[in-house]
Design a protein. Sequence first.
Length: 273
Amino acid sequence: MTLRELIDRAVLLFRPDASKTHVASAPTPQAALDIFKGEWASRLPPPLDTAAAGSAALFDDPRIHWAAEQLGGFRGKTILDLGPLEGGHPYMFEQAGAADVLGIESNPRAFLKCLVTKELLGLRRVSYQCGDFMEYLRHAGRRFDVMNVSGVLYHQRNPAELLALACRAADAVILWTHYYDAAAVRKLIRTNARFPGVSDEEYDGFKYRAHRHEYLHSVRMAGFCGGGASYSQWMERAAILDCLRAFGMANITIAFEDTTHANGPSFNLVATR
């Protein structure tokens, strides 16, 4: 057998089976969702609420409804959404009348899921970019009426920098996050082993204690929603509030505090100048 024949045989052997890589049925929303079968976190809104996806109410999130009440609504506003995951919050912003919504997502699979939901739901004032939102905030120079920093602070290695950049680029910040509390963490066996130590950190003159959080085996799970490194740094509750104030947010309103959350204590807030 010649070398060419060996190569041709190898190509045939390892070529993907088209019957398993192509969709054979007529187009349906479910066919698009099934590209990421088993990875969806969100339950989709009507008319797609019967589709098989996830269970989290991120397309009808009470935390975002509450934030809208605090900010007098989103109509006509420009909004930057950091780490939109599957597009739930951007969908809510458009439904509430936002003029322009930009979502920046660094996880390529999450970015593609956002494009799927944007297409299925017919969104027209939402756009997505694939990349690191920290790099975007460091260099873009654009300002927004509102920045949504939900579910991303506790995935940062320098969380104070994210808060500072958010405060500089937006007039209002929506923030949902976990925070570190020693007493609460000790009660949660699931999280206790993930925090191996604490360090003193500083960003632009703001000093705080950072608690190293290890992702451990969760990085191998399908649909992993964490950051791009093997660890992140968690801030303490008071430090988060102090940091927002230090970088210009004088008015802070808090809701949805949950000290017994399975993944660690959390709260939701809206901060304005």
